[in-house]
Write a protein that binds this ligand. Structure first.
Ligand SMILES: [Zn+2]
Length: 124
């Protein structure tokens, strides 16, 4: 081994990592990310699979503002990561809640108008 080659080898950072856990293959469920530790070494970190997250109960779109976690992980998450502070927050999207409110309001208005008309008809 020549001197030049040895010095080159010593200067090269060892960026290889040992896979975390016992899984040997880089499959969809066992992906790793290489991270640099404070000591300057490289280590493997497991990447968790992402989920589709909670959906709106009416239109089935992904709810904004809510983390996409596994259902078991919601138990240990903060409340602000699970919900939004609104009626039906974390279950129904804002547009669908707005529609529900408007619909309920219009139904009540219709009832009031019907009652008024019935009163007028009975007076005559
Ligand atoms: Zn919706």
């Amino acid at each position: 081994m020549s001197f030049e080659f040895r010095s080159l080898k010593n200067n090269m950072a060892d960026n290889r990592v040992t896979r975390a856990g016992r899984h040997s293959y880089n499959t969809k469920s066992a992906r790793i990310r290489t991270i640099r530790t404070p000591g300057g070494k490289y280590a493997a970190q497991k990447i968790k699979k992402t989920t589709k997250g909670p959906r709106c109960s009416d239109c089935k779109t992904a709810l904004p503002g809510i983390k996409h976690l596994k259902s078991s992980a919601y138990k240990n998450s903060k409340k602000r990561e699970r919900t939004v502070s609104r009626a039906y927050g974390g279950a129904t999207c804002a547009n669908c809640v707005k529609m529900r409110i408007v619909r309920a309001f219009l139904l009540e208005e219709q009832k009031a108008v019907k009652k008024l008309l019935a009163e007028r008809a009975s007076k005559k």
